[in-house]
Design a binder for this molecule. Structure first.
Ligand code: FEO
Ligand code: CA
Ligand code: CA
Ligand code: CA
Length: 660
């Protein structure tokens, strides 16, 4: 990273921390694609092949609308909107016939007497605790009533992944964390900007949505909220005991999310390692800490300078309080969030919950270059467990994925005493396996992946989609002769017998992202896009794809991203493979988080980190600082005002379902 590069990388792990020589999916895809190309087609044929003959394959062979040049509209395509062009505007652009409005931007007062947002960022930590957090990410809408009313009133639950010191502090305060009361106040404001917002929202008569500042449901969960631990790992475990937080507090870097069939929300802890550091040069990481990327410098937050809680030399075990999936009951603002340790400790991107044979199944990617895909399978009916007062997320088995080159795969259990995870090999007990989940997965021979992000389950076909956002470190055929996989792709798999509890599956590549100008494997008729991250299959079967191109690559020709431009949201028809660009975001942002009301007539999408330091824009306009926070973007309010992460509400002007 040169001095000219944008600040990374609170959400990027370019080198990874996986020391194993486990095979990399890039290599497997390279072999797989070559084999399938010989069978007479490129990706479209590969997709049809994967679907295993039958109706789906016939459909895929019959229609590739976006690619073959046949008209895109009509013919039962799931994609009914007019594509928007790639954009480098400092604006959010939606298709003709759609309207977008802003809801709950960062700093929105969340309670009746909460302080107003101050444009100069002079709000205190205490103010921030009563306002919507920063950097909106994964999100879900919980209707507050059944039937029609549930489309007009509900709880929006939003993750706030991280804070940006150049945006959240005033010019007078500056971005530097000092070892004094001013520094502690800054850390406190950042901690209050993290976590989760629960907010009641309501549609007005004009179709516009507003939040209710006096709702009894409104809540902030932050980096200091008291937490419970459940499952095999408890706070009194020797690796978790902390003098400073004996009663665990806080959740951090909540990236994607999940929601359960019993009406709770799951916030996932992703790049938590970056918040910790120490000035103590005698501190060196253990093997466990190294495997999770814990370093003296962290990601440059420097919280440890002012706050011993985050100093690795002072409070070493605090770091092991993070890396979990956190269950929150959005309908009870006084309930304690619970870290569900049976789901493992990784850099959880998300937690996509489905069910099979009455059991809960949770898919979760570990977003680091070279890390793995996991799933948790409940061991009994979730309804019966709930009826006995037990959590379905505390009773089950964690598995990690192994992808074979022939398009098959297996789930390898991470169970203490099984396979290599024995006491003789140094695995003390089930808690030890879960605290060291990554190392357990290394030991059983999981397949290294290019940064697995969100997972989506098709509600009818039961196909599972996982975004591999981008990666380096291998020379797979997918990426030609360039840096191996700068654009990422989406892997699709189907569990055997369509049973999410199964221990084997078939997989393929659903779509390769990229720009055919730079990579001839990408279909020229496919809209250019890169670094897929958020995905969701809506009730019609439309696959929504959101991109998170790193700020060091966005818009840059020398990174092959000049035609792709700003981050975007696209939709794909899984039946045909067609992809169409639906929305483009403002400068320096990523697009993440997508959900609709049950009637699909209102869609919520998040614009995260608009105006963040972005190499391409920094070089033209200067790097954002507390004194000049709007150098890259002034979205959403323009006129040189401070950029603010926000939820965007999208409606169709004719009142129809989004995407049709
Ligand atoms: Fe926070 Fe992996 O995206
Ligand atoms: Ca990101
Ligand atoms: Ca993400
Ligand atoms: Ca990402």
């Amino acid at each position: 990273m040169t001095g000219n590069e944008a600040t990374p990388l609170r959400d990027e792990n370019p080198d990874g921390s996986n020391p194993t020589s486990n095979p990399h999916l890039g290599d497997l895809i390279g072999r797989n694609l070559s084999r399938r190309s010989l069978m007479g087609g490129a990706l479209a044929a590969a997709a049809a092949t994967f679907l295993g003959g039958g109706a789906l394959a016939a459909r895929a062979g019959a229609a590739q609308p976006g690619r073959s040049g046949t008209p895109r509209d009509g013919d039962g395509s799931l994609l009914g909107f007019t594509e928007v062009p790639a954009s480098d505007l400092d604006a959010l652009v939606v298709p003709t016939g759609y309207a977008a409005s802003i809801l709950i931007p960062w700093g929105t007062p969340l309670f009746r007497n909460a302080p107003a947002f101050q444009e100069d960022a002079s709000n205190t930590a205490s103010d921030q605790e009563q306002q919507v957090g920063f950097n909106h990410d994964g999100m879900h809408f919980f209707p507050l009533s059944k039937g029609h009313e549930g489309n007009r009133r509900g709880l929006l639950v939003v993750n706030h992944e991280y804070t940006d010191a150049s945006q959240i502090y005033s010019a007078a305060a500056g971005a530097t964390i000092t070892p004094d009361a001013a520094g502690r106040e800054k850390v406190a404001k950042a901690l209050a900007g993290h976590g989760v917002t629960v907010v009641e929202i309501e549609m007005g008569r004009d179709g516009g949505w507003e939040h209710k500042a006096d709702s009894r449901y409104n809540r902030r969960v932050t980096g200091t909220t008291p937490m419970r631990f459940s499952g095999p790992v408890r706070p009194d475990h020797p690796l978790l005991r902390s003098a400073i937080t004996p009663d665990p507090r806080g959740t951090l870097n909540n990236c994607a999310h999940g929601f359960t069939p019993w009406g709770t929300y799951l916030a996932c802890e992703e790049n938590w390692n970056g918040y910790f550091g120490t000035a103590d040069t005698n501190w060196t990481p253990t093997a466990l800490e190294s495997r999770y990327g814990v370093t003296r410098g962290g990601f440059g937050y420097n919280w440890h300078v002012a706050e011993p809680r985050f100093d690795l030399a002072v409070n070493r075990n605090e770091v092991n309080h993070f890396g979990w999936i956190v269950e929150i009951d959005p309908f009870d603002a006084r309930s304690a969030p619970v870290k569900r340790t049976a789901l493992g400790r990784i850099k959880h991107e998300g937690a996509t919950v489905t069910e099979s044979r009455g059991r809960v199944v949770v898919y979760s990617g570990d977003d680091e270059n070279g890390d793995y895909l996991y799933k948790f399978v409940g061991n009994r009916s979730w309804r019966r467990l709930r009826a006995r007062g037990l959590s379905p997320l505390d009773h089950g088995t964690l598995y990690v994925a192994k992808f074979a080159a022939d398009g098959t795969g297996t789930w390898l259990p991470l169970v203490h005493g099984e396979g290599p995870l024995t006491a003789a090999n140094g695995w003390i007990d089930p808690a030890d396996v879960l605290i060291r989940t990554r190392m357990a997965a290394d030991a059983v021979g999981a397949t290294r992946l290019h940064r697995p992000e969100w997972v989506a389950v098709h509600p009818r076909t039961k196909e599972v989609y996982v975004t591999l956002t981008n990666g380096t470190g291998n020379t797979s055929a997918v990426n030609g002769n360039r840096d191996p996989n700068p654009y990422g792709h989406i892997v699709r798999f189907r569990e055997d017998r369509g049973d999410h509890c199964a221990q084997s599956f078939q997989w393929d590549v659903f779509v390769l992202a990229g720009d055919s100008q730079y990579d001839p494997r990408v279909p020229a008729t496919q809209p250019v896009f890169g670094s897929p991250d958020g995905i969701w299959v809506d009730p019609d079967g439309r696959l929504w794809i959101q991109t998170d191109i790193s700020n060091s690559s966005q818009n840059r020709a020398d990174r092959g991203y000049d035609r792709i431009k700003n981050n975007a949201m696209l939709a794909a028809d899984p039946r045909t493979g067609e992809v169409r660009r639906f929305l483009t975001g403002p400068r320096g942002c990523e697009i993440t988080g997508v959900i609709t009301t049950p009637d699909q007539r209102t869609m919520f999408v998040n614009v995260q980190h608009p105006g963040e330091s972005t190499t391409f824009w920094d070089n033209q306009f200067g790097r954002p600082t507390p004194a000049n926070p709007a150098s890259v973007s002034s979205w959403p309010y323009g006129g040189g005002r401070r950029p603010r992460p926000a939820t965007v509400v999208i409606r169709k002007l004719d009142g129809g379902r989004i995407g049709t």
